[in-house]
Design a protein around this ligand. Sequence first.
Ligand code: TYM
Length: 328
Amino acid sequence: MKKIILSGIQPSGALTIGNYVGAVRNWAKLQTDETYCFYCVADMHAITVRQDPNELRKRSFETAALLLAAGIDPDKSTLFIQSQVPQHAQLSWVLCCNSYMGELSRMTQFKDKSATKNEENINAGLFTYPVLMAADILLYNADYVPVGVDQKQHLELCRDIAIRFNNAYGEVFKVPEPMIARVGAKIMSLQSPDKKMSKSDPNPNGFVAIMDEPDVIMKKFKRAVTDSESVIEYREDKLGVSNLLTIYATITGKSIEESVAEFQGMGYGQLKIKVAEAVIEELTPIQTAFKQYLANPDYISEVLEKGRKQASEAAQKILDKVFEKIGF
Ligand code: TYM
């Protein structure tokens, strides 16, 4: 029996090297003979923030192309767009009726987002978003969910909901395990290294987008905030430098210790250039492949149509069980 892997990504802005290092890079590697992977472009999650419809459609498509470019193989995995598989919304409602206001109120992402957003759009979707995410996962019997640290709490909630449902109605859901890398699961902003790197950062110097041109990547790393010392060490109080080391280590496949050793005696300027070069080297083939995929939109549409069929077939099996159990 193959282990089932599921993960998702929102098509809400330019994907960053945080998304890449924390998630997407591992997704490609998880496609092995022992696993079967489902990867979804989570456009339903994206509309918790008002989106321009044409932009959203375009970005969902481009995100799929980028996932292909990053090594998701449609012959090995199911790649699909969430909104094209209606079972996600259907299960989400059932799970909403098995989730508590209290536990959803405790989600730090909801607390953060509702605190910083303009008040008129703290919509109910923002609140129930983790339930939709639980539906995404439980619909496919996922064993493992590879994510960055910021999704850990949502994964714990998903497990709680699955266990609660199973206790009430009998075993239906597999209880999934989060899969969070030891290094790289939280890449920080280059400008405010105490904050997570985010594609919604209004300051574009804070993040490196996967599609940034090499000279832009170099410029952003050169401007990265460090500290007033001049020693290259991986330490909790050296957030900027530690973040650069983390990016370097994950991208090159070296350990943090090896990376620190490699930079001994160098200055921050050299460190920044080396990290930028490693990132450029890693991203260049992905950027080239992305452009090639986009030049062939019919192929992407075919992949997504196949993904839609495969995903909805798998999802319907679980949904049928759920509907049976709850009396529909
Ligand atoms: P999203 O779109 O915000 O991010 C996609 C993935 O990238 C990871 N990530 C990071 N990792 C390291 N450092 C960072 N700075 C960084 N920023 C983002 C995220 O942890 C995530 O793994 N709700 C999810 C998408 C989703 C999903 C799912 C995930 C929808 N359904 C089901 C897993 C399973 C989200 O908004 O991720």
